[in-house]
Design a protein around this ligand. Sequence first.
Ligand code: PHE
Length: 472
Amino acid sequence: MSEQRDQFSSKIGFILAAAGSAVGIGNLVGFPVAATKNGGGAFLIIYALFVAFICIPVMLAEMGLGRRAQKSPLGSYKALSPNNKGWHIAGILAVITPFMIAVFYMVITVWIFGYLWHSIMGNLDMLANPEYFSQFVNDYGFVGFLVAVTIIINVILIGGVRQGIEKAAKFLMPALFIMLILLVIFVLSLDNAVLGLEFYLVPDFSKIDGSVINGALAQAFFSLSLGMGILITYGSYFSRRDDIVTSGKLVALTDTAVAFTAGLMTLPAIFAINPNTDPDALSDSSVSMIFSFFPQIFIALEGVVGYVGASIAATVFFLLTFIAAITSLVSILEVPTAAVIEQAKISRKKALLFMGIAVTILTLIAATSFGFVPAFTEFTFYADTPKSVFDVIYDVFYDTILPLNGLLICLFVSFHWRRKNLDTELAEGNPGYPNTLLAKYVRLSICTFIPLILAAVFINTVLTKFFAISIF
Ligand code: PHE
């Protein structure tokens, strides 16, 4: 009965698709701003250590698990622990999490599309009005942009792994790299740009405390698309001959390099426009940076390159961010789609239709929770603050469940599936792997301090987010 499982056509196809997933709004905006506010070079060093010593082992575990089981995360947990129903819950979480994160990411992507549209139409002055964003999010125009984004995503997903996801990544990712480099060159040519580089790169270790460390790990996890079931699913589309280990390392490297390069564009742009910017005053939220702050930066360029030049720069920026967001959304929606195809035994088309309807309804609910529908805006209350539907999705799934899913993967590999099976799996396509230093490190860390650190982050997040108690 089983049809041949769709596969990436080559290692490079996989790497671009996985990098497409990893490179997102988090890299272009979240990372540079977090680094500048939290000790510049000191943050960069901590982040790089987390990627190398915590994220890469988790990444290899996810990809290995997926390729072994040849299934979605739910199917993978089930297949590798047929008699232990407890682990099936981890599988369910690994499917629900991406679905819910897709909803909040979809809201932001639709807004980005709206801003891209307006930049192209010459409305940059309107976008730069400080009042505009709150007007924009409460406008019916959202529905039109939502329809457009849904069509774009489904056109890619309907093609499946090789003809859809891989093809799109092979075209979109190089386009993204080129646009990013062009913007960096342009921004660095502006006066005062170097000031921004100073805040971004010069280490200030006095800023580093428990919450910065916690934030750096959460950022690294999110940026590499860990804990979302994405790499389990993509691993299941990876050929047995291909080398998971090298590919994983390259994906991590690409993602980190793009995040780092984005800082060379974002910070210098901010300081070129206002050399007296106080880095501490920059918003923590990527949303307010993208939609309230950046349009003002672009309009300020008018004095240097004229209105048309400023609009072109804004268009390239929003297009770049839009491409990064679309390739991430495609990967995250593939997870529940693959699970529905597999568990309900329906066609890809039907699964996409079902997912499309479910995501659209939830996206509308989340998008109208910024004042448009009061019941969704003041949806609940915790940690002394009223929370909207959007806040709840963000707090529960992005902040809390992601590290939990990472923890569960480590525990599953260590105590149920067994580390030697992971080794054997990773050695396929890379026969020398079990004797490398990396393999020894993964075997040691995945059952000891990685799960301990993830558990500490999880507990700290639950206490701070939901009870307003901070332990570090
Ligand atoms: N890695 C993405 C980013 O940095 C996060 C993400 C991945 C979000 C996949 C959704 C889907 O923005």
